[in-house]
Design a binder for this molecule. Structure first.
Ligand code: SME
Length: 151
């Protein structure tokens, strides 16, 4: 984890563009985290009918582009503003299946100065892939991205 956060700090150093940094964070996590099949971002956007999560940079198979707050694992984590570990996606009522091979999932909200910006979503083809230690690690990743990117 130390190595990952060090690489991340180097990657984000000197770049403040959110889109560019999110794209590189997705690529870094996809390369470094074992047993995952999808990693990426959904950003909160204004839309007809209210705010919605819209697909951002990711690595993996094509994914759904819009998720309403409160829907799926992403929308639930965003609404609650808390990290959600789902050990078995088939047991999560309302899970949105983008890649049929996903078995477990973790979603970390992106919050800047108290404002919800989006979520970081990671899927695994293995059940029960993500631990509380992973959650703390990905929360640090999200916090670093929020701290370093504001344009
Ligand atoms: N499974 C997510 C949808 C996004 S994909 O996993 C990329 C959800 O239930 O919100």
């Amino acid at each position: 984890m130390g190595d990952l956060l060090e690489s991340l700090a180097a990657l984000l150093d000197g770049e403040t563009d959110m889109l560019a940094n999110a794209a590189n964070v997705a690529a870094l996590l996809f390369e470094r985290i074992s047993a995952i099949n999808w990693v990426g971002f959904y950003f909160l956007r204004e839309a007809a009918g209210g705010q919605t999560l819209v697909l951002g940079p990711f690595q993996g198979k094509v994914a759904c582009t819009r998720i309403k707050l409160g829907q799926g694992v992403c929308g639930t984590a965003a609404l609650r503003r808390e990290t959600l570990i789902v050990p078995d996606v088939q047991a999560f009522a309302g899970h949105i299946a983008c890649d049929a091979s996903s078995r477990s999932e973790i979603v970390v909200p992106l919050i800047r100065e108290g404002v919800l910006v989006g979520v970081l979503d990671i899927d695994s083809p293995c059940s029960n892939r993500f631990s509380e230690a992973d959650a703390r690690c990905f929360e640090q990743v999200a916090a670093m991205l929020m701290r370093e990117s504001w344009s």
